[in-house]
Design a binder for this molecule. Structure first.
Ligand code: UDP
Length: 314
C-alpha cells in the first residue's frame, strides 16, 4: 500500500510510520510541526518514506496513487488545546475535510484518529461506542472534543454520501517513547518530574481515573482496524483502569525517585473517570492489549532518561 499519514512527526504518527514501513508499505508523511517534532522521524532512513512539511488545513496535493490516509494531525494534549485552540479546531474540521476530499479523489481508505474525549466527562462507565457522550462545547477542552466530534460526523457523511471507505478509531490514553518532555499529559509529566527528583504534580485529589495503553498496542489496533471493514467507531485502549494518584506513585517507584507528590488544582472539565469497553475491538478486530504497565513504563522511562541525559540508577 501507499499510505499518507498526517501528523507523522507526532507521538502516535511516528510510531504508525515505523509500523507501516516495517510491514513493507510506502509512507508519505505530513506535519506542520505545530506540536510534532522532527526528531520523531529523524531515525527513518527508508527509501519508501517521504516527508512533506505542510499544514493539512489547506488543500492537500499528493502526487500519485494513495491506498490509505491515516488522519492523525492534531494537537492532542490539554495544554496544547489551551495554547492552540483555533489550530486544534481547524485541523479537526478543515483538515479532516481536506483529508477526506483527498481520500475520495484517490479512492483511498480513510482512517480518522478520534478520541475518548468524544465521551467528555462520561456518565456511562466503562465507555462503549454507542454512548453519545457528555461534552461541554464551550469549555477549554471543547475545542478538541467538538473538533473530533465534527470530524467523526464528517467522516460518516463522506462514507454515506460519497461511499468513501472510512474507519474511526477512538483512542484512549496512550503513552510511550516520543512523548514530549513538556507534553503536559500525566505520564510524561510524572516521569520527567520523577527523574529530576522534582515535585510530582497531581491535579485535584488524584482520585480521577484513566486507563493507559502502550503505544505499540495502540498501533497494532489501528493497523487491524484499517484492514477490517468496520465503518462504525472502535475504541482502542487498555481497559486496566487506575487513579491518577496511583499512576504518580507507580512512576515514582519505577524511577527510584526521591520525588514526593504535590496536589494542584484540577483543570476545568477534567473527566472523573475513563475506561474503554473494548468488547468491539476484541470481537471485530481480534485485538487486545499485550503490553503491561510495568513493561510499558520501563520502555518509556528509558526513553525519557536518554532524552534528559539522566543515567539509569544502579
Ligand atoms: N494530571 C495530573 N498531573 C499532571 C498532568 C495531568 O494529575 O501533571 C491529570 C489530569 O488532570 C487528568 C489525568 O492526569 O486527570 C490525565 O491527564 P492527561 O493530560 O494525561 O490526559 P486526559 O486524560 O485528561 O486527556
Amino acid at each position: 500500500m501507499r499510505v499518507l499519514i498526517t501528523g507523522v512527526a507526532g507521538f502516535i504518527g511516528s510510531h504508525l510510520a515505523d509500523r507501516f514501513l516495517a510491514d513493507g508499505h510506502e509512507v508519505v508523511g505530513m506535519d506542520n510541526f505545530i506540536t510534532g517534532d522532527v526528531a520523531n522521524i529523524a531515525h527513518i532512513r527508508n527509501p519508501r518514506f517521504s516527508f512533506v512539511q505542510y499544514d493539512v488545513t489547506n488543500y492537500i496535493y499528493v502526487e500519485g496513487p494513495l491506498d490509505a490516509i491515516l488522519h492523525f494531525a492534531s494537537p492532542a494534549s490539554p495544554i496544547d488545546y489551551l495554547e492552540f485552540p483555533i489550530p486544534t479546531l481547524k485541523v479537526g474540521s478543515l483538515g479532516t475535510h481536506k483529508a477526506l476530499g483527498l481520500a475520495k479523489a484517490k479512492g483511498a481508505v480513510f482512517l480518522l484518529a478520534s478520541t475518548s474525549e468524544v465521551y467528555g466527562d462520561p456518565l456511562v462507565h466503562p465507555q462503549t461506542e454507542d454512548y453519545w457522550g457528555n461534552v461541554n462545547p464551550i469549555g477549554p477542552r471543547g475545542v478538541y472534543d467538538e473538533a473530533k466530534r465534527f470530524a467523526e460526523a464528517l467522516t460518516m457523511a463522506y462514507h454515506r454520501s460519497h461511499g468513501v471507505p472510512t474507519r474511526i478509531v477512538r483512542i484512549f490514553n496512550t503513552y510511550g517513547p516520543r512523548m514530549r518532555v513538556r507534553d503536559g499529559r500525566a505520564v510524561p509529566n510524572f516521569i520527567a518530574q520523577a527523574l529530576r527528583n522534582e515535585e510530582v504534580t497531581v491535579y485535584g485529589d488524584g482520585s480521577q481515573t484513566r486507563s493507559f495503553c502502550y503505544v505499540t498496542d495502540l498501533v497494532d489496533g489501528i493497523a487491524r482496524l484499517l484492514a477490517s471493514d468496520s465503518i462504525s467507531p472502535v475504541n482502542i485502549g487498555n481497559p486496566s483502569e487506575m487513579s491518577v494518584l496511583s499512576m504518580a506513585e507507580t512512576i515514582i517507584r519505577a524511577t527510584g525517585s526521591r520525588s514526593r507528590v504535590v496536589f494542584r488544582p484540577l483543570p476545568m472539565d477534567d473527566p472523573k473517570v475513563r475506561q474503554p469497553d473494548i468488547s468491539k475491538a476484541r470481537s471485530v478486530l481480534g485485538w487486545e492489549p499485550r503490553v503491561g504497565l510495568e513493561e510499558g513504563l520501563k520502555e518509556t522511562i528509558g526513553y525519557f532518561r536518554a532524552k534528559l541525559g539522566i543515567p539509569a540508577a544502579r
